[in-house]
Write a protein that binds this ligand. Structure first.
Ligand SMILES: Cc1cc2nc3c(=O)[nH]c(=O)nc-3n(C[C@H](O)[C@H](O)[C@H](O)COP(=O)(O)OP(=O)(O)OC[C@H]3O[C@@H](n4cnc5c(N)ncnc54)[C@H](O)[C@@H]3O)c2cc1C
Length: 402
């Protein structure tokens, strides 16, 4: 049996290795269009490669995938985060877990992952061809003919497509031509640009637990928010961008975001806390007595926006300024105009429709003998190692070709 794996990224390598493990006698050839193998792994996680996440329960794990949650529930039964840890550690790559659950090689160097994958593929006898760009696939009897850039052709029995995401729909035409439905690609995991707003003067301020929601949508997330020199970032914003990838693209990234800097505290609760503070700190300066667990720089900024001077004492707080402060604290409106791609971990939402793929085998439901692995499918996760986990899982399953 000759199996062609298209794409030399994380999913392609894991697929080819799995294929050789399950079918030692098969000729497995991995075709990569560029001269570089595992290029994204190299730059991933700021050069450290966030391999997976220490979330070991399938029901919890799937919640980290805005696209693919239902599909992956079945796939993770075959290979999940625990298997990833065991897989790398049994091949000499020890992983460590950071406080937020992200897992990295103990070397803090993505090269450890690359070396491991390349060595394993070589050991098992996977053939690797670089500079081989597949431009079309045609059915030929029970197998396929691959057409390469430069008019070369190759007959194979099975094909596994692990060519990654594409920012443009044209990148999926060759898969559409085989009968697959394509979910239009749009970016996921981006930060919000808030131009011409003095909030950016607070760059570097991190609020541990804020709520962010988008006006006229149901999109809302709670968690850490970071103020940057261009707008808002941090886990809550990135998750919002992932969950709302399609809706926000339709709005051309122009929308109103609202922030409750107090996270769980609502307007009424904030009002009560302020009333309490007024009682206890009557003669103290408001700028010096912060009743909420937010950074001092943000407190001073919000006081200023509410028209409350640095010298103002609680006893001097006017009703009008108090109402403004409560509004800024719990419902700060910010005009978002555009997005900035999150450089640490960038993925595309969209790709081959999951309705056309069997989650237990990764085989195409419209083109038997053809399989998928990785980001080429309409699967993407939030930050934290979930995207690579999807690549390992789908690659492992696809490699079984059966
Ligand atoms: C900067 C950055 C950092 C990231 N960091 C992390 C992280 O730390 N943790 C995490 O979980 N995720 C991370 N991600 C996301 C993660 O890298 C991707 O989800 C993952 O690489 C997808 O793997 P893949 O093999 O499906 O696709 P890719 O890695 O994109 O690989 C696809 C390969 O196929 C090749 N190819 C394409 N078309 C053809 C063709 N026609 N013929 C032959 N070859 C072809 C491409 O050249 C490419 O090498 C990061 C992404 C970026 C951009």
């Amino acid at each position: 049996m000759e199996v062609a794996v298209l794409g030399g990224g994380a999913a392609g390598f894991f697929t080819a290795i799995s294929c050789k493990q399950h079918h030692p006698d098969a000729r497995v050839v991995l075709y990569e269009k560029t001269e570089k193998l595992l290029a994204k792994v190299k730059v991933s996680g700021g050069g450290r490669c966030n391999v997976t996440h220490s979330c070991f329960t399938v029901s919890q794990l799937v919640k980290n995938y805005p696209r693919g949650e239902k599909f992956l529930r079945k796939s993770f039964e075959h290979f999940h985060t625990n298997d990833t840890v065991k897989w790398f550690e049994s091949r000499g790559v020890k992983l460590k877990t950071e406080v937020d659950g992200r897992m990295f090689p103990v070397t803090d160097n993505s090269q450890s992952i690359i070396d491991c994958l390349v060595a394993e593929a070589e050991k098992l006898g996977v053939w690797v061809k670089t500079g081989a760009s597949v431009t079309a696939i045609e059915k030929a009897g029970a197998g396929f003919v691959l057409k390469f850039m430069g008019d070369n052709e190759k007959k194979v029995n099975k094909v596994i497509i692990a060519t990654g995401g594409s920012p443009k729909p044209e990148g999926f035409v060759w898969l559409k031509n085989l009968g697959h439905r394509i979910e239009p690609p749009v970016p996921s995991l981006f930060t919000f640009n808030i131009p011409n707003n003095d909030i950016t003067s607070l760059m570097g301020v991190a609020v541990e637990n804020a709520s962010v929601w988008i006006e006229k949508t149901k999109l809302k997330q709670q968690g850490p928010v970071l103020i940057t020199h261009w707008g808002l970032s941090g886990p809550a914003v990135l998750k919002l961008s992932a969950v709302g990838a399609r809706v926000l693209s339709e709005q051309h990234y122009n929308f109103k975001a609202h922030v409750n800097w107090l996270g769980e505290l609502n307007e009424e609760e904030a009002r009560i806390k302020i009333a309490d503070e007024l009682q206890t700190s009557n003669l103290k300066k408001i700028s010096n007595t912060k009743p909420f667990d937010i950074p001092a720089r943000l407190w001073l900024y919000l006081l200023d926006k509410s028209g409350i001077g640095e010298e103002t004492r609680w006893s001097e707080l006017k009703k009008e300024n108090r109402n403004r402060l409560i509004n800024y604290l719990t419902n700060h409106e910010l005009e978002v105009k555009g997005k900035t791609t999150f450089k640490e971990e960038f993925v595309t939402c969209g790709g081959v429709s999951l309705a056309d793929v069997n989650p237990q085998t990764m085989q195409s439901l419209v083109c038997p003998g053809l399989y998928f692995a990785g980001e080429v499918m309409d699967i993407d996760g939030i930050t934290g190692g979930f995207n690579f986990q999807a690549a390992w899982t789908t690659g492992f399953i696809a490699g079984r070709v059966g």
